[in-house]
Design a protein around this ligand. Structure first.
Ligand code: ZN
Ligand code: ZN
Length: 146
């Protein structure tokens, strides 16, 4: 199997990992390049499926995802189904992906709405926010299920 062309140069990935205070290992580099090349939230199983052919087992990948999340390079999305999904954070965001996600109610696919932003505006002066918003999820039917 041919490894897909990495979308992020190796030197940049290494610098990112070191910049977050971690040692740059082959597994961490591979996980970041995988998340960068797919550009969609990936489950642990997705990342494992993509990388096990290159000799990384699922516990190594799980550990990498957790370490990269703790280091603030990767966001862990909890979209209400039982699957945890991971995506690469753009630099300058602090632990949250800061863009809405769209989940198809029919096939369960999730996509990033990176080109969209959201703003929540109180309708009256007494409105209080329920808390800190970490995730905005829109649900509907994707273009292939419409
Ligand atoms: Zn769909
Ligand atoms: Zn996203």
């Amino acid at each position: 199997m041919e490894r897909p062309e990495p979308t992020l140069p190796l030197a940049d990935v290494k610098a990112m990992i070191r910049g977050a205070g971690l040692r740059s290992t082959t597994a961490r580099v591979a996980v970041i390049q995988q998340l960068a090349s797919v550009r969609l939230p990936q489950t642990h199983a997705d990342v494992t499926a993509a990388l096990e052919a290159f000799g990384f087992d699922q516990s190594t990948i799980y550990r990498c995802l957790t370490e990269l999340t703790d280091a603030g390079l990767v966001a862990r999305l909890d979209l209400g189904d039982s699957l945890r999904r991971f995506e690469l954070l753009k630099s300058g965001t602090d632990g949250f992906s800061q863009h809405p996600h769209f989940m198809c109610v029919s096939c369960g696919s999730v996509s990033c709405m990176d080109d969209h932003s959201f703003k929540i505006k109180a309708n009256n002066r007494n409105a209080t926010a329920p808390g800190e918003i970490q995730e905005v999820l829109l649900k509907g039917r994707c273009s292939s299920c419409q």
